[in-house]
Design a protein around this ligand. Structure first.
Ligand code: UDX
Ligand code: UDX
Length: 459
């Protein structure tokens, strides 16, 4: 099928950047991103590019180049579905918060709504592309909904999981390690391969069956997360043995079979994907009665929770076993640098533990505002919104946030944190002044020279 118009349902962290790059590289294709959230669409259409709902390095420039040319943001879902030959489903698939599979399985309610919506309004043949990360065999459900419309419209379903990482989304999209397309119809697969073929060489475009494609996405995230839990497990051992986790990571990473990436010990991984996808994998394994497989992968999450918990426990015990009434300055709230996304950020959980001990939390993140910080804490439901408001303050300035603080906790590895005047920060903190470097980004010797009591992960 010749593709002249693409519709993407879901203007989020995945849909937004992915479609912007597809539009940039395919000026002959009209790409329209639709969303039920009118406020989000308005933000994507804002003249002021600093107001885009998603912060990603390089994204604003691409939106500026393509928006109004062949990239459009709209709430007209039915109309856009109708006119497009290819429809991407890129809505969120959060962990279920109710019913069967609560806390484990992916909630496919939005994906199903999209499929029903497409089935309802389509009058011409469509290629439907699953972009959202989905449990294995979801395509089957979509297929069943689409094929039972009673009309003679033909639907081909493809799985095309996205491997971009936030913070480097644009670069990852422009130079992907691979593009994965799973499907039954060769013609549909080639239609999508041609869209990517505008900038990705064909040998990097993998064609598989639908189920392999769906499972590969879950597996990739599980393997990546497993590496972090593995190095984090070793970091705790390092702290008891005088080994240094950075040295260990370097030494093992030089083995070409292991490789150097994704070996940074940290306060634990966050983000919308790792935890959700592993829980989902565990749930699927259990549903096939594969207990050993499920237990194996679940351990990655257990270790990650342990890492977050032990960071806050260490902070509390170092501050003479009490943080009650003490100002703890958190640098960073996003789940990693170069994004404004805070989903599952370790900072949220560490703050929550410290709040249980009646700490006063002061937050500074270059891209996250107070509204988001409060919403993240309120979502946990640990205490009332008023209590969170009382105990947690956000600041716009790294020097204000650290003033009179008993401790600084580095939660996100933002580059700017390394460039601060740490002497100035030391001078206006309470003494002894503590730094808990959850990302190992500062120099221990330098910090100790200034006078800080410095501790980091795995050293
Ligand atoms: C993506 C993937 O799709 C998800 O499967 C993956 O695991 C995480 O990343 P993401 O783009 O990060 O999701 O989600 P989000 O930023 O929440 O965007 C989803 C958008 O879909 C939202 O703007 C939401 O309003 C929209 N949506 C949701 C619809 O337009 N229709 C719906 O029925 C549901
Ligand atoms: C991840 C996958 O990398 C991507 O391929 C997939 O499409 C979506 O999920 P993302 O969650 O955006 O991407 O970011 P990623 O760079 O993978 O980081 C995830 C978390 O792991 C962050 O909290 C990060 O700080 C942490 N991390 C990463 C570490 O703690 N140590 C590392 O060495 C690497």
């Amino acid at each position: 099928m010749k593709i002249t118009k693409i519709c993407c349902i879901g203007a989020g962290y995945v849909g937004g950047p992915t479609m912007a790059v597809i539009a940039k590289k395919n000026p002959h294709i009209k790409v329209t991103i639709v969303d039920i959230n009118a406020e989000r669409i308005a933000a994507w259409n804002d003249k002021d590019l600093s107001k885009l709902p998603i912060y990603e390095p390089g994204l604003a420039e691409i939106v500026e180049e393509t928006r109004g040319r062949n990239l459009f943001f709209s709430t007209e879902i039915d109309k856009t579905i109708k006119e497009s030959e290819m429809i991407f489903i890129s809505v969120n698939t959060p962990t279920k918060t109710y019913g069967k599979g609560k806390g484990m399985a992916a909630d496919l309610k939005y994906v199903e709504l999209c499929a029903r919506n497409i089935a309802e309004v389509a009058t011409t043949d469509k290629i439907v592309v699953e972009k959202s990360t989905l449990p294995v065999r979801t395509a089957q459900a979509i297929k069943s909904i689409l094929h039972n419309t009673g009309s003679d419209v033909k639907f081909d379903i493809l799985s095309n999981p996205e491997f971009l990482a936030e913070g480097t989304a644009v670069q990852d999209l422009l130079n992907p390690d691979r593009v994965l397309i799973g499907g039954e119809s060769e013609e549909a697969i080639e239609s999508l391969a041609n869209v990517y073929g505008s900038w990705v060489s064909q040998d990097r475009i993998l064609r598989t069956n639908v189920w392999s494609s769906e499972l590969s996405k879950l597996t990739a995230n599980a393997f990546l997360a497993q590496r972090i839990s593995s190095i984090n497990a070793i970091s705790e051992l390092c702290e008891h043995t005088e080994a240094n986790v950075n040295e260990v990571a370097k030494a093992i990473g030089m083995d070409s079979r292991i490789g150097p990436k994704f070996l940074n010990a940290s306060i634990g991984f966050g983000g919308s994907c790792f935890q959700k996808d592993i829980l989902n994998l565990v749930y699927i394994a259990r549903s096939y009665n594969l207990q050993a497989v499920a237990d194996y992968w679940e351990q990655v999450i257990i270790l990650n929770d342990h890492q977050k918990r032990r960071f806050s426990d260490h902070l509390i015990s170092t501050l003479y076993n009490t943080v009650s009434g003490k100002k703890i300055a958190m640098l960073g709230w996003a789940f990693k640098k170069d994004t404004n996304d805070t989903r599952e950020s370790a900072a949220i959980y560490v703050a929550d533990h410290l709040l249980n001990e009646q700490a006063n939390i002061a937050v500074y993140d270059p891209k996250v505002n107070d509204k988001k910080v409060q919403a993240d804490l309120n979502y946990l439901n640990t205490r009332t919104e008023e209590e969170n408001k009382d105990l947690v303050q956000s600041y716009n300035d790294p020097y204000e946030v650290t003033k009179d603080a008993h401790a600084v906790a580095i939660m996100t590895e933002w580059d700017e944190f390394k460039t601060y005047d740490w002497k100035k920060i030391y001078n206006h903190m309470k003494k002894p002044a503590f730094i808990f470097d959850g990302r190992n980004i500062l120099d221990k010797t330098e910090m100790e020279k200034i006078g800080f009591e410095y501790s980091s992960i795995g050293k």
